[in-house]
Design a protein around this ligand. Structure first.
Ligand code: G3P
Ligand code: CA
Length: 285
């Protein structure tokens, strides 16, 4: 172990520290370790394989699974009647024939919305999914990277109860929770200290990150999610020196994927998980 520790890369050191912080001590015998447990780079399918199918639809998530993405990214919002659903925009106006905010509508109304038509005729009729439908479909052999978009209606407890109901492993990184809201992440932490949390940074905050702010984030989160435009070598080093993982969003161009890998980020959100996987598997660290 000592010799192994001496030759691991900086990224792996960060990960080992993280795992010890999270008090992960073992994996169930016979189960393969997740990439995140091994300190390896992860490919996060941003709203599914959303370059090829409308975001957050079953088609998009199925494609991401077929492409072997490490994580399915899901933006979660609550319906008027308190059901967590997968959708990014707060307003329906841009990509549907409906108007107004998600939270104005009950689930039975939400289910009437077509979220496929804007992407292409082939996808007409695609429906908004509940988080539960996604868990039911993909179960425990998938890893989930869940963003708490709005922090209303007790979303943290509702999502947490679903994680338990679907028997997801909450201590090995099978589920990662991300949010721009520190309060929301802290509420999740109060429900379960082991779930890895990622603090999303607004661009201006990422560009002006102080050591003090990083230390505050380190006290509760496993890493930061940051716009790739704000990622520099100094940023990555600063985060790693504070035992924080760096996950860059949202990277769809091969050139930028390469740049991010060179800078040593620990994962990327992408609409093209097939492209990123192929590149990252051939990348020499
Ligand atoms: O969750 C971070 C990443 O998904 C980028 O943000 O706006 O696409 O949810 P957004
Ligand atoms: Ca997101």
């Amino acid at each position: 172990m000592k010799e192994f520790t001496m030759v691991i890369t900086m990224k792996k050191k960060v990960m080992l520290l993280l795992l010890s912080f999270m008090t992960i001590t073992h994996v169930v015998s016979g189960e393969e370790k997740l990439k995140i447990e091994k300190g390896e780079f992860i490919t996060i399918a941003h709203r599914g394989a959303s370059a090829y199918a409308p975001e957050h639809t079953m088609q998009s998530y199925k494609l991401a699974k077929e492409m072997n993405a490490d994580y399915l990214e899901i933006d979660v919002q609550m319906t008027k009647d308190g059901v967590p659903i997968a959708y990014h925009d707060h307003k329906l106006d841009d990509k549907t024939d409906w108007k107004g905010e998600i939270e104005q509508y009950r689930l039975d109304e939400i289910k009437q919305i077509d979220i496929g038509k804007w992407f292409g005729e082939d996808f007409q009729g695609a429906k908004i999914l509940t988080l539960e439908e996604i868990f039911k479909r993909f179960g425990t052999d998938t890893n989930y990277y869940i963003e708490l978009k709005k922090t209303n209606k007790g979303v943290e407890k509702t999502v947490y109860d679903l994680l338990l109901k679907y028997d997801l492993n909450l201590s090995n990184g099978q589920v990662i929770i991300q949010s721009f809201s520190q309060d929301s992440l802290l509420r999740m932490k109060s429900l379960n200290v082991r779930i890895p949390l990622i603090k999303l940074l607004e661009d201006e905050n990422a560009l002006n990150l102080t050591e003090q702010k990083l230390k505050e984030i380190t006290s509760y989160a496993a890493g930061v999610g940051v716009n790739y435009k704000a990622v520099t070598k100094d940023f990555v080093d600063l985060a790693h020196n504070n035992n924080l993982l760096v996950h860059a969003y949202t990277v769809n161009q091969l050139k930028v994927m390469n740049e991010m890998l060179e800078l040593g980020v620990d994962g990327m959100f992408t609409n093209k998980p097939d492209v990123l996987l192929e590149l990252s598997l051939s990348f020499t660290y």
